[in-house]
Design a protein around this ligand. Structure first.
Ligand code: ZN
Length: 352
């Protein structure tokens, strides 16, 4: 029996020499250390041996089992090391290659342009006031001198919100950022009704109109509006501030011109044009050969609007202006379709 154990050990160790991978290791373990392996069978046959033989055979079998287990553990390590060495050699990892870049997101072109506009006015002393997108008819129209049924409302087709019968004051999505003027003035004047403080704010944000969506009109777009209210503010302040804005935004040499216009909430009202920054004023397709680009609307705040905001128009005056960042981008980059802005097409957005 002891000879047989030696034989078992020898053949197992020989077989182990040819084991080269994980699968062969497992097969070897089952064959030589498994439940029905020769060594284990020696253990289960111990009962049939005489009392004298049993301890010696048991001891010898134990030794063989431990020797095989140790050899197996050693071989396992060797196989693992060999596999690692082989994979390193085959895969040829080049640690000097630069790492894969992380894709960094970016701001939407409209947001970028909004921020450019805001930055310029911030340098001039304007604060940013963000205002809600859902408004009442009173704040979006009436307080801004658009009475119910006023024909000027036709310039701003409106998306209404179903909020039950609210009479002449339905809820709506703001059609312009101008209700922010009312909020700003009311907030400031309510703190000190006798002596309301001066105001200088820009009001950026999304506006909504019930428009047919075409290359030139969208149901949503951004506006940046500005409002300055105080004592002795004149049209000269408006012109100076906006001409300075145009120079900072479009170049120090850019010329501007003001044309008379109409808005219900300003009097007098004007449009400001800048010299075409595509052709330098010579005339091109973008400026339709005129040499000028219409950039913003502006005017002196209407006395009715000042009054609605809690400012006495006999003591206070002010000016307001509004512009569209998408329009500015369209002119600057010759974008011929406004639908690109909200179409979520990465090919467009990634260019900014
Ligand atoms: Zn031009």
């Amino acid at each position: 029996m002891l000879d047989k154990l030696k034989e078992i050990e020898k053949s197992a160790l020989v077989a182990l020499q040819s084991v080269k991978d994980q699968a062969a290791l497992e097969a070897w373990r089952v064959t030589y250390l498994g439940r029905s392996s020769p060594v284990m069978q020696v253990f289960s046959g111990l009962g049939g041996l005489s009392k004298e033989e049993r301890p010696a055979v048991g001891q010898a079998a134990n030794k063989v089992k431990m020797a095989l287990e140790a050899a197996f553990a050693e071989r396992t390590e060797a196989v693992k090391a060999a596999m690692l060495a082989r994979s390193l050699e085959e895969e040829q990892l080049d640690v000097t290659l630069p790492g894969r870049g992380i894709r960094v997101g970016r701001l939407h072109p409209s947001t970028q342009q909004l921020r450019r506009v805001i930055d310029i006015f911030a340098e001039t002393g304007f604060q940013v006031y963000t205002s809600r997108e859902v408004e009442t008819d009173e704040e979006n129209f009436q307080a801004l001198n658009f009475p119910p049924h006023h024909p000027a409302r036709e310039m701003q087709d409106t998306l209404y919100i179903d909020a039950g019968d609210r009479g002449e004051n339905p809820l709506l999505l703001r059609t312009h950022t101008s209700p922010g003027q009312i909020h700003t003035m009311r907030e400031a004047s309510s703190k000190n009704p006798e002596n309301p403080p001066p105001i200088r704010v820009v009001l950026p944000g999304m506006c909504f109109r019930s428009e047919q969506i075409t290359a030139r009109s969208e149901v949503q777009f951004n506006q940046v509006e500005g409002l300055a209210v105080g004592e002795k503010i004149t049209f000269a302040d408006l012109k100076g501030t906006l001409s300075d804005f145009a120079r900072r935004m479009f170049g120090q040499k850019v010329r501007t011109r003001f044309r008379a216009s109409y808005f219900p909430f300003t009097e007098p009202s004007a449009e400001m044009d800048v010299e075409c920054f595509v052709c330098g004023g010579a005339g091109c397709q973008v400026c339709k050969q005129s040499g000028w680009l219409e950039i913003l609307g502006c005017g002196m705040v209407h006395p009715v609007v000042l009054e609605n905001g809690g400012y006495d128009p006999r003591r206070y005056t002010g000016y307001a202006f509004g512009m569209g960042p998408e329009r500015q981008l369209m002119l600057r980059y010759k974008i011929n379709d406004i639908r690109y802005f909200w179409g979520n097409d990465m090919r467009f957005l990634e260019q900014f």
